[in-house]
Design a protein around this ligand. Sequence first.
Ligand SMILES: [Zn+2]
Length: 83
Amino acid sequence: MQILQENRHTAQQLANYFQTTLKEILEDLEHIQKSIKPKKLKIEPSFCKSCNFVFKERGKVSKPSKCPRCKSEWIEAQMFFIE
Ligand SMILES: [Zn+2]
């Protein structure tokens, strides 16, 4: 939780950092979301690094594999942080 207050991280980076699975991280994030009030867990949406298309309506599970606009697979995963 601490590191989310200092910086933005993707779920994958958190999984690497805590040496756990992506699934576990996502469950933890949901839990954190409820327990950090009045602070908030924010999610910066995934976006295409090629054309800057933003994936707004995405659930929090996995990152999209392709950009619907330019078909690029150069996608930045969503970032989590606490504010
Ligand atoms: Zn694109």
